[in-house]
Write a protein that binds this ligand. Structure first.
Ligand SMILES: CC(C)(COP(=O)(O)OP(=O)(O)OC[C@H]1O[C@@H](n2cnc3c(N)ncnc32)[C@H](O)[C@@H]1OP(=O)(O)O)[C@@H](O)C(=O)NCCC(=O)NCCS
Length: 333
């Protein structure tokens, strides 16, 4: 069966650069704490009138142009975000309209930081079975609008940045070029280690949301930082080792490893655990923070634009996010 490959990539970042000193004006924290625990120095924040689909639209247009296609060529749109434009319907529909599509099927997926790889696995299946030819996958986040500067939320608030990245998948003429491998994982037992309780029907009461939810912080992310850190390192390290083993290769054959940019300390722990050569591991979290699902497609596009991915490069993407969810994809360019 023929493979699918990446035909184009694109990303978009808001202009506003937010330093740790700017963050210190919004919550009780310090540059020293943020840098030593997360490695983040700056991140981008969108303006108040910008939504996730505004960022997504720009990334999609860049990716489709990079693939030398038009929106009319796109057979399926896949959108992932944890910062939707509205509670419902899915942000993919708002994005579809902005892109001028009127009859393109839309998948709204919610795979958190693993959204790109889950989207690639989905698109790859549709393309290799011949159902669709061109699949546009986009991950976009405006996490700055979900910042809780209280002491209950600051452990995650310090990490968050905004951005969007997109890829266009299409058929590959060669089975050994393109998406060579995807492996998806999930374990819902720890879903509350990083979650937002409200609005929701799981609150054991008659309404999804009420005014107390805001005061009680139930509308904000709550994270057990240690559980997320330990599971993130373990699952992403396992995903790297399995991907290499399953494909019969070592780090010598790999040109670039792009992990989800959760925080720099997690990347360092993954390097230590897997013995990955540090120079083959892509990192931009120091400048862009953790943009949840947007991390991977932004990093991928930056790596291509920066010349770290060339024709024939072998690249491994790995991700981990709340759920818990994790995934890997091996791609020959
Ligand atoms: C968030 C993280 C940096 C916190 O580090 P930690 O050592 O686990 O910190 P803890 O949550 O145990 O808190 C330690 C202390 O720091 C404090 N603290 C937490 N966030 C803080 C902040 N932003 N500024 C200052 N102090 C902070 C806590 O209140 C606590 O104080 P106490 O000891 O007086 O109670 C760390 O857990 C982490 O990196 N986790 C992974 C997060 C991540 O990557 N999430 C995204 C996954 S996609």
């Amino acid at each position: 069966m023929a493979a699918s490959k990446i035909l184009g990539t694109g990303h978009f970042l808001p202009e506003k650069v937010v330093t740790n000193f700017d963050i210190m004006k919004r919550m009780e924290t310090s540059d020293e704490f943020i840098v030593s625990r997360t490695g983040v120095h700056t991140r981008r924040h969108a303006e108040a009138d910008v939504s996730a689909t505004d960022l997504a639209e720009k990334a999609c247009r860049a990716a489709v142009a990079d693939a030398c296609l038009t929106m009319d060529d796109i057979d399926l749109l896949v959108m992932n975000t944890i910062t939707p434009d509205h509670a419902d319907p899915g942000s993919g529909f708002f994005l579809q309209a902005k892109l001028g599509m009127t009859n393109t099927p839309v998948y709204d997926i919610k795979e958190q930081c693993a959204g790109l790889i889950y989207g690639i696995a989905l698109g790859d299946s549709f393309i290799t079975t011949g159902k669709y030819r061109h699949v546009l996958i986009v991950c976009a986040e405006v996490l700055s609008k979900r910042i809780d500067g209280s002491n209950d939320g600051r452990n995650i608030a310090i990490l968050l940045g905004d951005g969007a990245g997109a890829v266009v998948l299409g058929p590959s003429d060669y089975a050994d070029k393109g998406i060579l491998y995807t492996k998806l994982g999930a374990d819902g037992r720890d879903a509350k280690a990083l979650y937002t309780a409200a609005p929701g029907t799981g609150l054991n009461r008659a309404d999804c949301i009420n005014t107390d939810d805001v005061a009680a912080g139930r509308v904000h992310f709550r994270m057990d930082g240690k559980a997320v850190f330990e599971n993130g390192v373990a699952k992403m390290s396992q995903a790297v080792v399995e991907a290499l083993q399953d494909n019969g290769i070592g780090f010598g054959e790999l040109d670039l490893l792009i992990p989800h940019q959760a925080n720099l300390r997690m990347l360092e722990a993954i390097i230590q655990t897997t013995k990955a050569p540090a120079e083959k591991v892509f990192a931009n979290v120091d400048k862009l923070g953790n943009m949840a699902s947007a991390c991977l497609p932004v990093a991928l596009d930056q790596a291509i634009q920066g010349g770290r991915i060339k024709q024939d490069s072998l690249v491994l993407l790995v991700a981990f996010g709340s759920g818990f969810v994790w995934a890997a994809a091996l791609i020959r360019f």
